[in-house]
Design a protein. Structure first.
Length: 46
């Protein structure tokens, strides 16, 4: 879950598995990619 910045056209990466995005299987990975449109300090937690 991301804090402090707008997820314009990218909100599918901020929610509950199987509702807003596919779950990530054990041992797999996911790389988040987005265009930064704000500057500052932001954080993420799961």
């Amino acid at each position: 879950h991301w804090h402090g910045f707008f997820q314009l056209q990218n909100s599918q990466h901020d929610g509950v598995a199987s509702i807003t995005q596919c779950p990530i299987a054990p041992g797999d990975s996911l790389t988040y990619t987005w265009k930064a449109t704000q500057y500052g300090t932001f954080w993420y937690h799961s």
